[in-house]
Design a protein around this ligand. Structure first.
Ligand code: AMP
Length: 534
């Protein structure tokens, strides 16, 4: 066979040539809608690449973005790597000090930024070392002096001469969201992004097709919006970008007006969507069977059931910054289609089956755990889109085993059918009297209670048992509940020693910039909370 490189310029060219009329719809900060066709996108992405080279971008150099999800970000997704550069998506929700650290650590040379985010840049620009700042004039306001105008660069560019790209060349970069410790950088090769696109598009993964209308709500700065922009362009799907308006009503309006068939985001987004649908069940006429890819944190079974009632299908997936990110996705294999309803829902709440070329094992001190659905171990993974190192951090090499697997830090069981179930992060497990208790299982059960909106379970010290679980609960507006009422609700579902000794009711659970519960903050907040059974 020919040796043909797996590089992103092929996807860009294919998109422009084969699907010139596919649409890219973006909602802008003023809520107006911007539309362009793939033929425009192709031309403009090449023009951006050409301008970056004229400004001096060299092979392998990093171009940062600080942008919402919209057409110009998509142009950068392809324009930067096709010019030989590395697209480094900065997380605009981080503290300015962290963004400055990350931009400096990555050695970002240029920055492309939405004009509406310029006030954020002012808070850290002096510490970041960008040589050039290119402003996307989304609001039409004049571009400040000392910055380049994105639209002018694109309009005046010469044709792009794509440099010879190798598939192992770096194309993208993202830092871990790091609920503890400093964020760590992961560099994605062209090859990893292309292979990940093929896998993501498979029918039993996201099932992306040309006829789809795809709306990534997951930010384009959160692990390449889970690879969806690359895979969608590969198949020529319509793309619908929400811009900065991520409230439930704005999203539901967009789904309806653009006929969205596939969307993706973290569970917190869907909690809001569900509440809006339940409050006004007849208001939005959505595409029946719209797929919702949900990941980044565990999806409670009650959420999957609730969306089913609205004819919307949750696709539960698992991934990490270090895995590009998708590693497992849940679908019902043909051998489970005859299972009873409860068994099917319990299965669908698991994190799913590994993608092709994505290998998993649950590692214990005695070796890999059997795939029996009970034996827990650390999830270790390997495959062509799993990172082999962190950018510029030799000290972290112990995250990889000697036999070449990546240690995820997640504790899992794997059942005989190959379904992976996350029981916890290693550091979040509760160890009571020598036995492990899964905080994720308790949380998922608690949010199934009709009065509970959100729940976190953490370990608190206990004189006799070492640790005991404490539940921290946010109730739905206008509801009251007692700790005993919630314990009674959990009692038939778990062994007695799993039941939280106490429940703290709070108004909010702290979440990270990518929607994860910040348990380290909760542990600090509740560190003096004694179990009521001691
Ligand atoms: P990040 O690198 O920020 O995407 O975070 C990756 C981590 O998020 C994983 O190691 C898991 O702990 C968690 N995670 C991602 N998807 C899921 C999921 N579907 N269920 C439970 N935890 C998840």
């Amino acid at each position: 066979m020919m040796k043909f490189p797996l590089t992103l310029d092929h996807l860009l060219d294919r998109g422009g040539r084969l699907f010139p009329d596919s649409e890219i719809v973006s909602r802008l900060p003023d809520k107006s809608v911007h539309r362009e066709r793939y033929s425009d996108f192709h031309r403009r992405a090449c023009a951006l690449g050409s301008s970056l080279r004229r400004l001096g971008l060299k092979r392998g150099e990093r171009v940062a973005t600080l942008m919402w999800n919209h057409y110009a970000h998509l142009e950068a997704y392809f324009g930067v790597p096709c010019a030989g550069g590395v697209l480094h998506t900065l997380n605009l929700r981080l503290h300015p000090d962290d963004i400055a650290y990350i931009a400096q650590h990555a050695g970002d040379r240029f920055l492309i930024i939405d004009d509406v985010l310029l006030p954020l840049l002012e808070k850290f620009r002096d510490r970041a070392g960008f040589e050039k700042v290119i402003v996307v004039p989304l609001t039409g306001a004049p571009v400040p002096r000392g910055c380049d105008d994105y639209e002018k660069l694109v309009a005046t560019a010469r044709p792009l001469r794509i440099p010879p790209l190798r598939e192992e060349d770096p194309a993208g970069m993202c830092y871990t969201s790091g609920t503890t410790g400093r964020p760590k950088g992961v560099v994605y090769s062209h090859r990893a992004l292309v292979l990940h696109s093929f896998a993501a598009a498979l029918p039993d993964v996201m099932g992306l097709a040309n006829a789809d209308s795809v709306c990534p709500v997951v930010p384009m700065f959160h692990v390449n919006a889970w690879g969806i922009p690359f895979a969608a362009v590969m198949v020529g799907a319509k793309l619908v970008f929400p811009g900065p308006h991520l409230d439930a009503v704005s999203l539901l309006d967009l789904y309806r007006s653009e006929g969205v068939t596939l969307t993706a985001g973290v569970p917190t987004i869907w909690m809001g969507i569900l509440q809006a649908l339940e409050a006004e069940p007849g208001r939005w006429q959505l595409t029946h069977g719209m797929r919702m890819v949900v990941g980044g944190a565990a999806v409670p079974e009650s959420m999957i059931r609730a969306f089913d009632r609205f004819g919307l299908r949750v696709l539960h997936g698992w991934g990490m910054t270090e895995t590009t990110p998708v590693g497992t996705v849940n679908y019902l294999k043909r051998d489970v289609t005859t299972a009873g309803e409860d068994e099917r829902y319990a299965l669908r709440a698991k994190q799913g089956v590994p993608l092709p070329f994505f290998e998993v094992r649950a590692m214990t001190e005695r070796g890999p755990a059997p795939w029996d659905g009970n034996s827990m171990g650390e999830l270790q993974v390997r495959g062509p889109w799993v990172a082999a190192a962190y950018h510029g951090l030799d000290a972290e090499q112990d995250k990889w085993t000697e036999d070449g697997w990546f240690r995820t830090g997640d504790v899992v069981t794997i059942d005989a059918r190959g379904y992976v179930k996350i029981t916890d992060r290693i550091k979040d497990l509760v160890k009571s009297g020598g036995e492990w208790i899964s905080s994720v299982d308790l949380e998922n059960a608690l949010v199934g209670h009709p009065k509970v909106s959100e729940a976190a379970v953490i370990a608190v010290p206990h004189a006799k048992w070492g640790e005991r679980p404490l539940a921290i609960v946010v109730l739905k507006a206008g509801n009251a509940a007692t700790a005993d009422e919630l314990r009674e609700y959990l009692a038939p579902r778990f062994p007695n020693f799993w039941l939280p000794d106490d429940v703290a009711f709070v108004s909010e659970i702290p979440r990270s910039s990518t929607g994860k519960m910040m348990k380290a903050v909760l542990r600090e907040q509740f560190k003096d909370c004694k179990s009521r059974n001691q």
